[in-house]
Design a protein around this ligand. Structure first.
Ligand SMILES: Nc1ncnc2c1ncn2[C@@H]1O[C@H](COP(=O)(O)OP(=O)(O)OP(=O)(O)O)[C@@H](O)[C@H]1O
Ligand SMILES: Cc1ncc(C[n+]2csc(CCOP(=O)(O)O)c2C)c(N)n1
Ligand SMILES: [Mg+2]
Ligand SMILES: [Mg+2]
Ligand SMILES: [Mg+2]
Length: 311
C-alpha cells in the first residue's frame, strides 16, 4: 500500500453500506431514516496534540472513531456511518496498521465507513485526521446543551481523570496500571447509556475538554449558573491509589463521559442497568458562571478549567 488509490482500495472493505457506493462515487447517498432527524458531528485528531507519535496506529483509529461517537452518545443518537479525512505521510506500515485498527473499531461499534477524502501531507509534519459521524436521533428528541433548568442537578458518569493519568503514563511522567493508559488511548463512548438517558435529561454533553470547562459550557448555553462539588467528582480506585486530586481530574479532559442536567430521580437506576456509575456533582440555579465547592466549602477556580485549542 502506498498512494491514495491503494489506501481507498483497502478502505473499501470497511465500507459495505450501500450508501458508500463502494467508495467508487463522488459522494455517499444515505436514505434519511423515516421520521427521524440525523445527528452530525466532526472532530479531528492531530499528532502531538491529541495523540503521541509513538501511539499504536490502530489505537489512533479507535480514538478517532470513539471521540466522534461520544458526541453522538451525548445526543442519545445511534451511529449510522462515518466519513474520514486522512493525511498520507508515506509511512505505509503506519497506514496499514491504522486501517486494520479502523476496521476493528467500525466492527465493534457496528458502523460503516461511508466515504471521506485522502490527501498527501508534507513530509515531516504532524499527522492530521478528521472524521464526521452521522447518527439517527432518538425518537423523543435530541438533548441540547442549552436545556438545563434552574433547580436541575448536574450529573456525570465516571470515572473522571483516568485518561489524564493515562497521558502522563504515555509521556513517561508517572508509572501506573495499563488500564489508565487504555482510558487515554482507547476511550469508550457511552452510546447505550446516552440513548437510555436522553429522554430523562434537560441538557447533555460529553466531557472532552475537561469536566469544569464542559460544565460551564452547559451552564452558559442554558443561561444559568452551575456549582460543582469537587468532593463528589467520581475517581477510579486506581486514580485514588495514585493520589489524583479531584481538581486535576476535573480539568484534564479526554474523559468521554456523559455530563447532564436533570431533575429526574431515575438516573442512578438507569446507569446501574448499563453497569455504569452516575454521580450527582452539582446543581444549576439562576445566574451565570461556574462556582466550585469542596464538600460544601467554597474554593477558588483554577487558572484553567480545561483544554481550549489555541488559548
Ligand atoms: N471549524 C468549525 N466549523 C463549524 N463549526 C464548528 C467548527 N468548530 C467547532 N464547531 C462547532 O462548535 C460547536 C462546539 O464545538 P466543540 O468542538 O467545542 O464541541 P465538541 O465536539 O463536543 O467538543 P470537543 O471537540 O472538545 O470534543 C459545535 O456545534 C461544533 O460543530
Ligand atoms: C499528546 C496529547 N497531549 C495532550 C492531550 C490532551 N488533550 C488534547 S486535546 C484535548 C481536548 C479534546 O480534544 P478536542 O477538543 O479537539 O476534541 C485534550 C484533553 C492529549 N490528548 N494528547
Ligand atoms: Mg469538536
Ligand atoms: Mg462533545
Ligand atoms: Mg474541545
Amino acid at each position: 500500500m502506498s498512494g491514495e488509490g491503494d489506501l481507498i482500495a483497502r478502505l473499501r472493505a470497511l465500507a459495505p453500506h450501500p450508501a458508500a457506493r463502494g467508495l467508487l462515487d463522488d459522494a455517499a447517498v444515505l436514505p434519511a431514516p423515516v421520521g427521524r432527524d440525523l445527528v452530525l458531528t466532526h472532530d479531528m485528531l492531530v499528532e502531538g496534540v491529541h495523540f503521541l507519535p509513538d501511539c499504536p496506529p490502530g489505537d489512533v483509529a479507535w480514538k478517532l472513531l470513539a471521540v466522534n461517537l461520544s458526541d453522538l452518545a451525548a445526543k442519545g443518537a445511534t451511529p449510522i456511518g462515518v466519513l474520514m479525512g486522512y493525511g498520507l505521510t508515506g509511512d505505509t506500515a503506519w497506514d496499514a496498521a491504522f486501517v486494520d485498527g479502523l476496521a476493528r473499531a467500525l466492527t465493534h461499534f457496528n458502523v460503516s465507513l461511508l466515504g471521506g477524502d485522502t490527501v498527501a501531507q508534507p513530509s515531516g509534519q504532524a499527522r492530521v485526521l478528521g472524521l464526521t459521524a452521522v447518527g439517527q436521533a432518538p425518537a423523543g428528541g435530541v438533548p441540547d446543551r442549552r436545556g438545563a433548568k434552574a433547580g436541575d442537578r448536574l450529573w456525570v458518569t465516571g470515572p473522571i481523570g483516568d485518561a489524564g493519568l493515562g497521558l502522563q503514563i504515555a509521556l513517561g511522567q508517572i508509572e501506573g496500571p495499563r488500564r489508565l493508559l487504555k482510558a487515554y488511548r482507547l476511550p469508550m463512548p457511552r452510546l447505550a447509556l446516552g440513548r437510555a438517558l436522553a429522554p430523562h435529561v434537560s441538557a447533555m454533553a460529553d466531557v472532552s475538554d475537561g469536566l469544569l470547562i464542559d460544565a460551564r459550557r452547559i451552564a452558559a448555553a442554558s443561561g444559568l449558573a452551575v456549582t460543582i462539588d469537587l468532593a463528589a467528582v467520581p475517581l477510579s480506585d486506581e486514580a485514588k491509589t495514585l493520589g489524583l486530586d479531584p481538581l486535576t481530574a476535573a480539568t484534564a479532559g479526554d474523559d468521554y463521559q456523559l455530563l447532564f442536567a436533570t431533575s429526574s430521580v431515575d438516573v442512578e437506576r438507569i446507569a446501574a442497568e448499563h453497569r455504569a456509575a452516575a454521580s450527582p456533582i452539582g446543581y444549576f440555579e439562576e445566574g451565570e458562571g461556574l462556582a466550585l465547592v469542596d464538600a460544601g466549602t467554597p474554593i477558588d477556580l483554577p487558572a484553567s478549567l480545561g483544554w481550549e485549542h489555541g488559548a
